[in-house]
Design a protein around this ligand. Structure first.
Ligand code: CTP
Ligand code: MG
Length: 182
């Protein structure tokens, strides 16, 4: 149960990214700027995607809260409002900040937009989401992700995420939303 609930709570972090892919276009977050001849983040990180992704993650979480309201809470919820919305905002923003940081590091390594970069591509958003929750809501994060046996859920997330990542990118590629299948 601990493992499942960690995945459940991670849904907004997972889904914030596809929302960013669908809503992303136009003005890049780095405004086209470069450091040492390399783009700060690149054209794959846009303001529209960032905002769309955060809103999408929060929306998914609100949907989760509504479902739990109807079914009588077999799984943990994002608490009651307004705390829940704040947690959703943190996990969604953390997920996309991790994604931005991942792209920042990729550009520093000299990798072009979309270049495959194991570890960073697969875990940047997970680490971002966990970091934001741990920094700003440690008590809640510890209770729901860390305390025995929940930490097993975190380990399961680390094992399964690369597989989910691969699958979602193949789907995104087939749907014409992504330029490369990774
Ligand atoms: N996207 C966006 N804004 C974001 C995140 C994603 O517009 N903040 C959109 C972009 O169209 C991007 C696509 O979603 O190309 C896929 O996201 P991702 O794989 O993270 O970007 P890449 O293009 O692979 O670029 P990078 O090498 O920086 O990861
Ligand atoms: Mg990518």
């Amino acid at each position: 149960m601990g493992i499942i609930s960690v995945f459940w709570l991670m849904l907004p972090a997972y889904l914030a990214n596809p929302f960013a892919v669908f809503t992303g276009h136009g003005l890049p977050v780095d405004m086209g700027r470069s450091i040492g001849g390399k783009r700060v983040l690149g054209d794959g990180k846009t303001w529209a995607g960032l905002i769309g992704g955060i809103c999408g993650g929060v929306l998914i979480g609100l949907l989760m809260m509504a479902i739990m309201d109807l079914t009588g809470e077999p799984l943990p919820i994002y608490c009651s409002e307004p705390h829940g919305i704040m947690l959703l905002f943190l996990i969604s923003t953390g997920s996309l900040m991790g994604d931005l940081l991942g792209s920042f590091l990729k550009r520093r390594l000299g990798r072009e937009r979309g270049a495959r970069t194991p570890i960073l591509d697969q875990y940047d958003f997970v680490i971002g989401a966990w970091a934001f929750l741990a920094i700003f809501q440690w008590g809640w994060f510890r209770e729901n992700f860390v305390d025995d046996p929940r930490y097993l859920g975190m380990i399961a997330v680390l094992i399964i995420t690369p597989l989910l990542h691969r699958l979602s990118n193949i789907i995104g590629f087939r749907m014409g939303q992504k330029e490369v299948p990774w």
